[in-house]
Every structure is written in structure tokens, then in C-alpha cells.
Design a binder for this molecule. Structure first.
Ligand SMILES: *Cc1c(COP(=O)(O)O)cnc(C)c1O
Length: 467
């Protein structure tokens, strides 16, 4: 090794010396001594390599590198981003965005002690379900209600409570897979229920149910086929008729609605889905639905219906393992309260607001943003406004789309250019997630609310994703 390199190596400051610098002391105060020492060690180790190959250094460089390493480690992995995929309730991007009211309620519950299981009227132990029970009953017309971790948990708990060691009767047309590991036959097996499939994939009749019911039956399960539809020569038994059969045989009927909505979606220009209230009125003994799909709240699973069945569910020891914490209960309560004023729902609840945004408004936004994108991308890509179709997502109205507008960014390079362009957008300080179609990156603007932040963010765009 050259003499100069050796002498630079010898002059490298010690960890201790670095820790005693006032600017590093400030960092140690913020990030902790252990983290800071580790960052200094890593920086010095990397620097030693570089000095061997002839580089030079000064101490300010070391400080800058330590600062950078600490900042990277402090960065959250769960990053806020712009969802411009066109899927409003995107499971991989966290589903529903909560209303401000829900965020405030959740934050308050995080900061303070709360009356989670404490009855303020008599000073005795209370029930955590009490905070939402009355509201859910008011909004759905159900007799009773309980809340668990998510709708998958709701289905698992209901099946385990009503049909452990017994048969759960379900149509072959409804043996769904939701995605991930939620497959109805497997959930049933884990719940300890014996799956009794009836009918065929495309047609199931009332007599199929009636023939299957007997002393071994624990429950009849009706499942909303959330993410597909069987069309053509198809028949299913309507919930109302199924309820009659269930009652005749004295067997509980459970309707897993999946997304479930509390309001008539045609108010927002969407196709009407049966509401939870309607499903309950049709005679289901229990109805299950998600908190973070169309309802627009935090991840949760609601079970509503007959008082005696809800009581049995609450006695099941599994309930304790699947219950929700105070933060989500607070957010659920605040979200549900918004439903008392349906006229202002589209304004207050982000999910409804985004779904209800008129296409014309989205188009005007595309026009406003177009020059900024042309500017950022330069001559390397063609930018144009395109009509596109948004979807609700999370298995609500799977075949229905909502007319929307977006910006199509088509790189001139061809080959992998569009992948590189999407990577560059994902690499922005606030990652922008679009969808790639026909050689272009499409940014569906339906879910873009903070336009100013989007513009600011765009100023960090560098071709190839370098920052
Ligand atoms: C989405 C869905 C579930 C699972 O709900 P999560 O809230 O995601 O746990 C169960 N059943 C149906 C029909 C669904 O659509």
C-alpha cells in the first residue's frame, strides 16, 4: 500500500473521538448512544476500505455519513404513499383511509387511559363491545353485535361456535377463496366444522339445502361471492328463502357479506349491494362483514344478529384471542357515528368521498397536473390524459367499474423503460404507485386528494430513479 494511504489510515479518528464531537453528541442525544456508536463503526469500516484504494477523507465527511446512516435506520418501513392504482380499497396498500374523526378518536385512545372495560355508571367491570354495540344495532337493525380482529376472524369464530364437530352446509357455488390464505374449506377445517357441500358450482336449489339438513347440521352458511360472479345457467337460493328453510329445521343461518355496506350505494352512483340491515331483515341469524372495506373504518370484523348466538360467541374462549384493542374500537365508534348523517358521508368518509368523485372532476385534475408531469419527464416520455376505469377493490362489486381519468406516461425507450419509470415513481420521497398497461404507466387520479404534495413530490423525480 502507498505511504500516503497508510498515513491516512493511521489518522482515521477513533470511535471515541467521534462520539466526543459536539455535532455527534447531538445525534447521540436524538438516536441513542448505541445506535450512534454503531453508525460510526459502520462509517469508519466503510471508509477504511476506501482509504486503501486511495481515497481521502475529512471528519465532516464522516459526520455526514453517520447522519445519513442514522436517518435511514430511523425511516419507517411502513411508508405513506400515493395510491394511483385506481383501486380505491387496495388490500396491499392498506384498504380504507380513515376519516379525520376516526383518526382523532384513535389518537386520543392511544394517549390516555380509557373506559375500555369499565362501566362509569356503577364503577364495575364493563364490556369492550359496549362502545359499538348500540351504534351497530341502531345502524343495522340487529338485536346484538360484537367486534373481532377482521372478517376472516368473524367467520372463523362463528363457525367454531356454531358448528365445531358438526356440519356446516354451504353451496358449491360459494366455496370462495378471497386471496391470501382465506379459503372457505380451510377456514372451516380450522374452525373444527365439517364441510357439507351441496348443489353444484353453477346451480344450487332449495331442495339441496333441505336434503342436507339433519341432526348433524350446526349451521347453514351463505357466502357473498365477493370477487367473482357465476353467470349464465346459474341458480342460487335467495337469503330470504334460505332463512325459511333454516327456520323450519331450527338451524342458524349465517350470511358472510364480506364487504358489507351500511348504506345504499346507489346514493353515490354505484350499483346497489344488499346492505347489512337488509341481510339481517332477510332473516339471517348472524351477518358478518369487514370494517375496512366499504364501511371505511379500521381493520375489524363485525358479527351482528341474534342475541343468544352473540352471547354464545362471546363465551367462546377463541373470542379473547380475536378481540380488538382500544385504538381500533375508538376508530370504529367514530367511523360508525358518521353513518348517522348519511347526507354528509361522502364528505366525511374518505372511502365514500373517493368512490363518489365525479369523473369530470378527476378529468379537470388531470388537466391541471399534466404540465407538471410533462415538465418532470422531459422529452423522454409522452404524457397524455386518458379515460380509465377505477374499481372499488377488496371484493366489493368485483365486476363494476367507475369511470375515471388518469395520466398515461409512456416512455419513448421501449423495452424495460416502463418498468424503470414505475420504479422511479416508486422511489420518490412519497412513492407514487400506478399501474402498468400497454407500455405506459397509468396514474388513475381518483384517489389523489393532496395535489400540492403531489406536485412538490414530483420535483424530486429523476429519470432512472436516482435521488
Ligand atoms: C373480504 C372477505 C372476507 C375476509 O374479510 P377480511 O376483513 O379481509 O378478513 C371474508 N369473506 C368475504 C365474503 C369477503 O369478501
Amino acid at each position: 500500500m502507498a505511504e500516503a494511504a497508510l498515513s491516512r489510515l493511521r489518522n482515521l479518528p477513533s470511535v471515541d473521538r467521534m462520539l466526543h464531537r459536539p455535532d455527534i453528541a447531538v445525534l447521540a442525544e436524538k438516536h441513542g448512544r448505541l445506535e450512534t456508536t454503531q453508525a460510526i463503526r459502520e462509517t469508519l469500516a466503510a471508509l477504511r476500505e476506501e482509504l486503501r484504494s486511495g481515497a481521502d477523507f475529512d471528519e465532516d465527511m464522516i459526520v455526514a455519513s453517520v447522519l445519513f446512516r442514522l436517518a435511514v435506520r430511523a425511516n419507517t418501513r411502513l411508508q405513506p404513499l400515493f395510491n394511483l392504482t385506481g383501486t380505491v380499497l387496495h388490500t396491499n396498500l392498506g384498504r380504507a383511509i380513515l376519516a379525520e374523526e376516526a383518526v382523532e378518536a384513535a389518537t386520543a385512545a392511544m394517549r390516555q387511559a380509557v373506559s375500555l372495560e369499565f362501566d362509569l355508571a356503577n364503577g364495575k367491570r364493563g364490556e369492550r363491545d359496549d362502545h359499538v354495540r348500540a351504534l351497530v344495532c341502531e345502524l343495522t337493525g340487529a338485536e346484538d353485535a360484537t367486534l373481532v380482529n377482521n372478517n376472516a376472524a368473524a367467520v372463523l369464530l362463528v363457525l367454531n361456535t356454531l358448528s365445531q364437530g358438526r356440519e356446516a352446509v354451504v353451496s358449491r357455488g360459494e366455496l370462495i377463496e378471497i386471496g391470501g390464505a382465506f379459503r372457505m374449506p380451510e377456514i372451516m377445517a380450522r374452525a373444527g366444522a365439517r364441510l357439507r357441500e351441496i348443489g353444484t358450482t353453477n346451480r344450487t336449489h332449495a331442495r339441496d339445502y333441505a336434503d342436507a339438513l339433519g341432526p348433524e347440521t350446526g349451521v347453514i352458511l351463505k357466502v357473498h361471492t365477493s370477487n367473482y360472479r357465476i353467470e349464465g345457467f346459474a341458480a342460487e337460493v335467495r337469503a330470504r328463502d334460505l332463512a325459511k328453510i333454516a327456520r323450519q329445521h331450527d338451524v342458524p343461518l349465517v350470511n358472510d357479506l364480506g364487504s358489507g355496506t351500511l348504506v345504499d350505494l346507489s346514493r353515490f352512483g354505484l350499483r346497489k349491494e344488499p346492505t347489512v340491515r337488509e341481510a339481517a331483515e332477510e332473516g339471517a341469524d348472524l351477518v358478518t362483514f369487514s370494517g375496512d372495506k366499504l364501511l371505511g373504518g379500521p381493520q375489524a370484523g363485525f358479527i351482528v344478529g341474534r342475541k343468544d348466538l352473540i352471547a354464545a360467541i362471546n363465551r367462546n374462549p377463541m373470542k379473547r384471542a380475536l378481540r380488538v384493542d382500544k385504538v381500533r374500537i375508538a376508530a370504529c365508534e367514530a367511523t360508525l357515528k358518521l353513518y348517522r348523517d348519511p347526507d354528509r358521508l361522502a364528505e366525511k368518509l374518505p372511502t365514500m368521498r373517493l368512490l363518489a368523485r365525479p369523473a369530470e372532476e378527476v378529468r379537470r385534475q388531470a388537466e391541471r397536473l399534466m404540465p407538471a408531469l410533462v415538465d418532470a419527464l422531459g422529452p423522454g416520455a409522452a404524457v397524455e390524459i386518458v379515460a380509465c376505469q377505477s374499481q372499488i377493490g377488496s371484493g366489493a362489486l368485483p365486476l363494476d367499474t367507475i369511470p375515471s381519468f388518469g395520466l398515461s406516461l409512456k416512455p419513448k425507450g421501449g423495452g424495460r423503460a416502463v418498468e424503470e419509470l414505475s420504479a422511479a415513481f416508486r422511489g420518490l420521497p412519497r412513492p407514487v404507485i400506478g399501474r402498468v398497461a400497454e407500455g405506459a404507466l397509468i396514474l388513475d387520479l381518483r384517489c389523489l386528494e393532496d395535489e400540492a404534495l403531489f406536485r412538490q413530490n414530483l420535483s424530486f423525480y429523476r429519470p432512472g430513479g436516482a435521488r
